[in-house]
Design a protein around this ligand. Structure first.
Ligand SMILES: Nc1ncnc2c1ncn2[C@@H]1O[C@H](COP(=O)(O)OP(=O)(O)O)[C@@H](O)[C@H]1O
Ligand SMILES: [Mg+2]
Length: 224
């Protein structure tokens, strides 16, 4: 299997006034294309910081993140925007859907940013909703969806521009155990059937062990 991600000597120190908060220290890891990696660790151990750096939402203090052999730190702002738009899809514990837009409109939005023509956008968004089993909820607002449905919409949105990797930050953190299992099943099927590489932060070690090819445990910003 070829490597999609190579992280080398990665550190992130947040500056809060005069205080330095080391969120990640000397992280080294490699991720194969098509693999399912889980990241576990206590609250505050640096899990979200790591996903945000890989997603290009933030910059490392030192070290490198190579995505398909391209160093994120040496990308221009434009290249980094393309990375966020096309290479990775992110999902979050709190879904982060736009409240006053319907399920369909939430999925159309990244297609607008990608410059997809209007006619194709609606068709593609409809297909994506169908793929996550939500064809009946097209015109629902986020407030009219259950947590599990909202996360399905978020997953469809993350897949809109056919990313190579899904970055999932505690995707089941707000869901009951039955719904969590459904969301995990959906992620596993995207991994197995579409070959999407998945990086998932979770508190649930049992699930991580059941579904992942490998697990990283963070403690105080370090891999243990
Ligand atoms: N934007 C920020 N500014 C300052 N400190 C931050 C910021 N984001 C996270 N931190 C700190 O970095 C550490 C790691 O946070 P985080 O990556 O969110 O951990 P986790 O996702 O594992 O709970 C924590 O101590 C947190 O308080
Ligand atoms: Mg977090």
């Amino acid at each position: 299997m070829s490597e999609v991600l190579n992280i080398s000597n990665l550190s992130k120190i947040y500056q809060k006034g005069t205080i330095e908060i080391p969120a990640l220290r000397d992280i080294n890891c490699e991720v194969d294309k098509g693999s399912y990696l889980s990241i576990v660790g206590k609250s505050g151990s640096g899990k979200s910081t790591l996903l945000n750096l890989i997603g290009g939402l933030d910059k490392p203090t030192s070290g490198t993140i190579q995505f398909n052999e391209q160093e994120l730190g040496s990308m221009t702002r434009y290249q980094l925007a393309l990375h966020r738009r096309f290479a990775v899809g992110m999902i979050f514990q709190s879904f982060n859907l736009i409240p006053n837009r319907t399920a369909l409109e939430n999925i159309i939005l990244p297609l607008v940013f990608a410059g997809i023509p209007k006619r194709q956008r609606k068709q593609r968004a409809t297909e994506l909703l169908d793929q996550v089993g939500l064809s009946e909820r097209i015109n629902h607002l986020p407030s009219e969806l259950s947590g599990g449905e909202a996360q399905r919409v978020a997953i469809a949105r993350a897949m809109a521009n056919e990313p190579e990797m899904i970055l999932a930050d505690e995707p089941t953190g707000n869901l009951d155990s039955g719904t969590s299992a459904e969301i995990i099943d959906l992620l596993v099927s995207l991994n197995k059937e579409k070959g999407l590489t998945i990086l998932m932060v979770t508190h649930d070690k049992e699930t991580a062990e059941a579904v992942s090819d490998s697990i990283i445990t963070l403690k105080d910003g370090r891999i243990v």
